[in-house]
Ligand binder design. Structure first.
Ligand code: FES
Length: 160
């Protein structure tokens, strides 16, 4: 399987080259663009980025594997990331996880067969004061309850 950036992303990368001090630094926005384009970062995308910014793919792979927000495996259209760290754990994370598992029929690390949802548990999302928290794609959902989760998932399913 090959990977190609869209024309728009290629133009963005060209424009960013003069603004970043090193190819390694530039690899970060390139990785984000690859992930937004494909929902994950494939080895082919890493090789393509390496060619574009003149950096060995292994260097890019190291960056991609250092940051947990980069998905190195395909994820669903809606990537649900439930925080599992202390504040959320104390404020009901286990109940939220059980609710998500029952509602979606998924365990953490799994994706639905229709490609709609992926469920993962992540470390602190930096919103401990509004625990429990989950992130779906780029959107935060805070002060979660099972009822709120149902409303959120209902709206996503309606929009699919
Ligand atoms: S512990 Fe969950 S957002 Fe910080």
């Amino acid at each position: 399987m090959s990977f190609e950036f869209t024309k728009e992303n290629l133009e963005k990368i060209e424009a960013l080259k003069s603004r970043y001090p090193s190819p390694k630094a530039l690899s970060l926005p390139c990785l984000w663009m690859a992930q937004y384009q494909e929902r994950y970062i494939s080895l082919e995308a890493i090789e393509t980025i390496g060619d574009l910014i003149d950096l060995p793919p292994m260097e890019i792979y190291r960056v991609a594997t250092f940051y947990t927000m980069f998905n190195l495996e395909p994820v669903g259209k809606y990537h649900i990331q439930l925080c599992k760290t202390l504040s959320c754990a104390l404020c009901g994370k286990a109940e939220m996880l059980n609710h998500l598992k029952n509602r979606l029929g998924l365990s953490p690390g799994e994706s639905s067969s229709d490609g709609a949802f992926t469920l993962t548990q992540v470390e602190c999302l930096g919103s401990c004061g509004t625990a429990p928290v989950m992130q779906i794609n780029d959107q935060y959902y805070e002060n979660l309850t099972p009822e709120k989760i149902d409303i959120i998932l209902d709206s996503l399913e309606e929009g699919s």
